[in-house]
Write a protein that binds this ligand. Sequence first.
Ligand code: GUN
Length: 288
Amino acid sequence: MAQIIDGKARAKELRKSLKERVASFAEQNGRAPGLGVILVGADPASAVYVRNKERACEKTGIRSFHHELPQDATQQQVEDLIDQLNGDPDVHGILLQLPLPAQLDAQPLIFRIRPDKDADGFHPVNAGRLSVGQPTFVPCTPLGCIDLLRWSGVTLQGADAVVVGRSNIVGKPVAQLLLAEGATVTICHSKTRDLAEKVGTADVLIAAVGRPEMIRGDWIRPGAAVIDVGINRLEDGSIVGDVEFETASARAGYITPVPGGVGPMTVAKLLENTLEGAIRFEQQKLQA
Ligand code: GUN
């Protein structure tokens, strides 16, 4: 039976240490780290995520600046808001919650966020810095996955890691982080042939496809570490991951539950990114 990786407990531990670091930042700089949050439209899941992130900010002593735009917002309106936050000295990090309503083009908006305020690590400058191994903002969910693996004592150096999913938010950056840890990384996706066979080679499996329980428990290599990034709401209101939990936990060595695995870690890492961004930002000001 797999050891359950308790992301909620690990996130709590991280938030506790963050709270102290945030307090000392505020004392030294005369202001708390600040996160500007942009929510466009009325996607109910996004509204819940944003509320969780803002509550976590408050509890940790980070100021959050909430900005909401209507479902029919124009590209120009979002650009203007990003420009305003880019220029606001109280805002150290900017989060543009995705997905955006269909009339908006996300890519140029992500490009418009100052790279040194890009708390999500989605700007191509930061994605590029990650790929060449320079310190930078790294996307929060991938950071949470790696933290949970290390916290659980899973060996990454030399491990065969399989990532299922190739998004810019999770699949690609988590593959970069695993590579930096010395793992041998295979990235699978919807066009991959023989997915079950590839998943079966994984010492470390990251599932980030967003399809309920599409990874079968009997595909899992016995003893593997399984990180399930999926948060899928079923018609009956229940929430399941991308991995079939019951059967997978009978074979895996370690597994994250859904909910209570990666989800709380994404929020904790956003807070960490905001603080670290604020520290870098204030240092740059001193050097300028
Ligand atoms: N949508 C789903 N995950 C994320 C995330 O980590 N950041 C943002 N901004 N939007 C998301």
